[in-house]
Design a protein. Structure first.
Length: 253
């Protein structure tokens, strides 16, 4: 087993059990405890676990949310493939909503220059990325700015989205499961995401495989609220079937 594969399994164990133990993992994988400690250090640098005495805990169990800069450096190839596949869901003209998130930010980089679109977003970094594009009208939703995600939240943002209707919303999530739907660590962002989903005629979820089976603090949507879910090819077929039965069309890239 390659180190990257072992680290992915360790992360899955941590999320399923709430904690992993260095000695137990070393025995399970027949490697040294130092090898496991290096694995946990790498996972911590990626912002998905926190080291504790004798092991590690997934960040979701701590109510911890990795900063945007940290998330942008993780799963970059997968996020780029997902973002490019999402372009097929764009209307020829009209309005879209780009939710705050590292994968939706990657989609902003990929938006075509040959069609007129109105782009609604509560993400400051997405708005800045698109601000020089003459073919796009950018509607930046105001509100309290969360420094961790560079997203606006609270009453001002909520009021604007309640009065907004777009053709397609492209949504990001921290967690997705058939049992609990779409979840995120922060309740203020959950309210905005919920309003973003409700504002759209069609909703497209963009999330890599590390978000699947991961449950965070607050639910903002059910799977039946999602029309299309675009993810990468590192998801097993049984999980894909389970998610598809809950409602969305699933696109694997």
């Amino acid at each position: 087993m390659y180190a990257e594969e072992r680290q992915q399994v360790i992360l899955e164990r941590a999320r399923a059990r709430g904690r992993v133990d260095v000695t137990a993992l070393a025995d399970e994988f027949t490697v040294t405890t130092e090898t496991i400690r290096r694995d946990l250090t790498i996972l911590e640098r990626h912002g998905v676990v926190r080291r504790v005495h004798g092991g590690a805990i997934p960040v979701e169990r701590l109510g911890f949310e990795p900063a945007l800069a940290t998330r942008e450096g993780v799963m970059t190839a997968e996020k780029t493939r997902i973002a490019k596949a999402a372009l097929a869901e764009l209307p020829e003209e009209g309005s879209i909503l780009l939710d705050a998130g590292s994968t939706t930010a990657r989609m902003a980089d990929e938006l075509p220059t040959d069609r007129e679109l109105t782009v609604v977003t509560h993400s400051v970094n997405i708005a800045l990325t698109l601000s020089t594009r003459p073919n796009l009208t950018i509607m930046l939703v105001g509100g309290r700015l969360r420094s961790r995600t560079l997203a606006t939240v609270d009453a001002w943002a909520l009021q604007a989205l309640r009065e907004t209707f777009v053709d397609v919303a492209f949504i990001a999530t921290n967690g997705i499961s058939a049992e609990r739907g779409l979840t995120t660590p922060d309740s203020a962002e959950a309210m905005i995401k919920r309003a973003a989903v409700a504002s759209s005629r069609r909703c497209v979820l963009l999330a890599d495989h590390t978000k699947i089976g991961n449950d965070c603090f607050t639910r903002f949507a059910e799977l039946k609220d999602i029309d299309t879910f675009i993810t990468d090819d590192r998801v097993d077929r049984a999980t894909i079937n389970e998610l598809a039965q809950a409602g969305p069309r699933i696109v694997i890239v």
